[in-house]
Design a protein around this ligand. Sequence first.
Ligand code: 13P
Ligand code: SF4
Length: 322
Amino acid sequence: EAALLDAVEEIRELKKKHNAVVLSHFYMPAELQVKHEDGGIADFVGDSLGLSVAAKTVEADYIIFCGVKFMAETAKILNPAKQVLLPSFDAGCSLAESITGEDVRLLKKLWPGVPVVAYINTYAETKAEADICCTSRNAMDIARSLGGDKLIFLPDLYMGRNLQTKIKAETGKELILWEGKCEVHEQFTPQRINGLKLMYPEAQVLVHWEVPDDTVTDALKGAGGIVGSTSDIIRFVGESESKQFILGSECDLGATLRGMYPNKEFIVPCIKCPHMKQITIPRTLDALRAIGSEKEKLFEITLEEEISKRALIPIERMLAFS
Ligand code: 13P
Ligand code: SF4
């Protein structure tokens, strides 16, 4: 405990010394989500869209990214003059790793002229081939806004199917999907959620867009709930009269929700994203300690300039849309 508090203190000092800010995702362990002004280390805590918007306007010299690699890359693309450090390069993502730029080029050959929407959970070389990016917060509106009767949505199969259900009913538009899956959200099967609904029949169900489509269909039956992005889920809880919720999303979002709404109860099957959990206080401290030394490049996000410039276009389109 004392070691953790000492490390937090040292991180706070090094941030000041090196003019660094810490951006932290809602799936980080609680100690990485405490705001700097409250004695913690985070200057901004958000979902993937919020973090992108925040990264773009950072004025400090260093961005320490407490999230996964595709998020840190997005920050670098949006604010290339800044040094972006990721405390662990093992912080991958099963969705981002499911597809390459070459795969997208192949899809475009198979479906010429069909707009390509790339989920933000992709690496820069994949984004570079897309027309527009989206996050779970704006995917529906972006998919609706595109012309034509088809669109390529990649790489999340389940999120694509969840979008497809709504879009097809509204516009008849057909989505061409990839086979990527989030290794966390795919575990929220109908059995898992339905078992909890039997045990807690009054609870509302909160599920992320990345859970399987048959789970979403079942989740919303009964006491109600929401399928949405991380911030949609947070907002929904704040506005709901209900006192009890079943969460179908990453375990540490449960801790975030408990901190935000101490009078509400959250039933959370604890499935942690192994990639997000690579980021810890000691590793964040290592990254900050490395600044100015040989070791700094072990943490540094670097991208080929040409890829970075091309990937910026679909990201900027998404931000303009939002
Ligand atoms: P959000 O866009 O909701 O932050 O999602 C990020 C993520 O990794 C979901 O699994
Ligand atoms: Fe990727 Fe899923 Fe982890 Fe998010 S929770 S980083 S989508 S593996």
